[in-house]
Ligand binder design. Structure first.
Ligand code: PLP
Length: 432
């Protein structure tokens, strides 16, 4: 089919009649579909059901150091959970704190305590004369930006590239401005584009020379084992940030996070932070005010279920077998139905939970609204940007994981119809 961009006004008007008829059909079908959030599907959650019964009252409920997992204590996690996470993250167990059910709350706690108490003896940000800033690679994860917004931290957009954030900009801000205190990074299968940072990007992060002593890289390794293909850690292998930092002595600059939300149960997994000895000491001291200890029974369940790195790889293959056909369906539909029209493009990732779609500038909000009116909920336009402001109004994050294949098939048809309709409307206004 002729690209919309090359069509005359008459051709576009004729196409509009066709696309509007298609859209009307969807409206009349009373659909109720959702591609908004990166949630595992029920089928994926079933993969971990066995974990629920893996510990029983008759069982030995003590950790390997003898700690009774039913009782208070072990603030930084039971040793076998720390060892498991360390093996997965590629760091030493003493660098790991295994916490509660969500990595997002560990990230929130770190930003929040920096504001209220200060980290490692630095001035609490609330007492500083000037506004604190965070660098935000865009498009990015909306909940990272929401943390900053809720705590009054100014956000600065940093463009993403297929190799990671624009490092020239990052180096410039970080080395010159003492009020730049952090950067959000999703180094592997970034949310939403699915990019994995190149070796050079990781090295440049490790080599940062911040103007602020309490500048931290929030290395959110949320998708560290979430490959869609049977090539675990080969194609999108990223360098270990701590190894690179230790070569230079900059390891205090990094907070790394991960969780099993998309390995076992979302919101009922285990989450962890890895950091240098100095940071971990500081964190544990502060955590002691906040809790007497996290859910160690859940930590025990996870260790017995996942066992080790090999156990995790095998488990993640089962997730991939469910997710891959969904991503491939979107890929096929978008490559055949939208790409040739030159009204938008997308990135097909090798892992993670999202497909990032870039529509014609000025049409993302319209597409999301059209889809909603036709019964398909998409992530709000603007969500992947600080303050929900997409400067070009063009990025839409698609989350194919939750719907069934049949639902996704339908939802994508609706989405593509909305992309076409919004593009025609936009192009016609230009031709008026
Ligand atoms: N970080 C990223 C980049 C995510 O995409 C998500 C969930 O979508 C999370 C963190 C949330 O993780 P958790 O469930 O461990 O809080």
């Amino acid at each position: 089919m002729k690209p919309y961009l090359d069509m005359t006004k008459e051709e576009l008007l004729a196409e509009k009649v066709k696309v509007e008829a298609e859209y009307k059909g969807f409206e009349e079908a009373n659909l109720s579909l959702n591609m908004a959030r990166g949630k595992p599907s029920p089928e994926q959650l079933d993969l971990s059901l066995e974990m629920l019964n893996i510990i029983t009252p008759e069982d030995y409920l003590k950790a390997e150091n003898g700690a009774d997992c039913r009782n208070y204590g072990e603030l930084d996690g039971i040793p076998e959970a720390k060892r498991l996470v360390a093996e997965l993250m590629g760091c030493r167990p003493d660098m790991v704190c295994v916490c509660g059910n969500a990595s997002l709350s560990i990230m929130y706690d770190n930003v929040s305590r920096s504001v209220t108490h200060g980290i490692m003896g630095n001035t609490p940000w609330k007492d500083l004369k000037e506004e604190v800033k965070f660098l935000c690679p865009v498009p990015g994860y909306d909940r990272h930006f929401a943390i900053c917004e809720s705590l009054g931290i100014k956000m600065i957009n940093i463009p993403m590239t297929p190799d990671g954030p624009d490092m020239d900009m990052v180096e410039d801000y970080v080395s010159k401005d003492p009020y730049v205190k952090g950067i959000w990074c999703v180094p592997k299968y970034s949310n939403p584009q699915g990019y994995s940072y190149s070796d050079e990007t990781v090295r440049r992060f490790a080599n940062l020379n911040p103007a602020a002593r309490d500048f931290r890289i929030y290395w959110d390794n949320a998708y560290f084992v979430h490959s869609l293909y049977d090539d675990y850690d080969k194609k999108d292998h990223i360098l270990n940030i701590f190894d690179e930092c230790e070569k230079i002595g900059t390891e205090d600059m990094v907070f790394e996070f991960c969780s099993t939300s998309k390995v076992t149960f979302a919101g009922a997994g285990i989450a962890a932070m890895a950091a240098s000895d100095n940071n971990i000491k500081d964190w544990v001291k502060w955590m002691g005010f906040r809790t007497i200890g996290f859910d160690k029974l859940n930590q025990l369940r996870h260790v017995r279920f996942i066992k080790d790195k090999q156990g995790l790889i095998e488990h993640m293959r089962k997730h991939a077998a469910i997710l891959r056909p969904k991503f491939e369906l979107c890929d096929k539909k978008l490559s055949e139905g939208v790409r040739p029209l030159k009204i938008g493009d997308y990135i097909m990732p090798n892992g993670g939970y999202f497909i990032s779609f870039e529509a014609l500038p000025g049409t993302a909000r319209r597409i999301v609204k059209l889809a909603k009116d036709a019964g398909v909920v998409l992530t709000a336009a603007g969500a992947p940007f600080p303050y929900k402001k997409d400067p070009k109004d063009s990025v839409i994050r698609l989350a194919p994981s939750f719907p069934s294949l049949a639902e996704l098939d339908k939802a994508m048809d609706v989405f593509m119809c909305c992309v076409k309709l919004a593009a025609i409307e936009k192009l016609l206004t230009k031709l008026d």
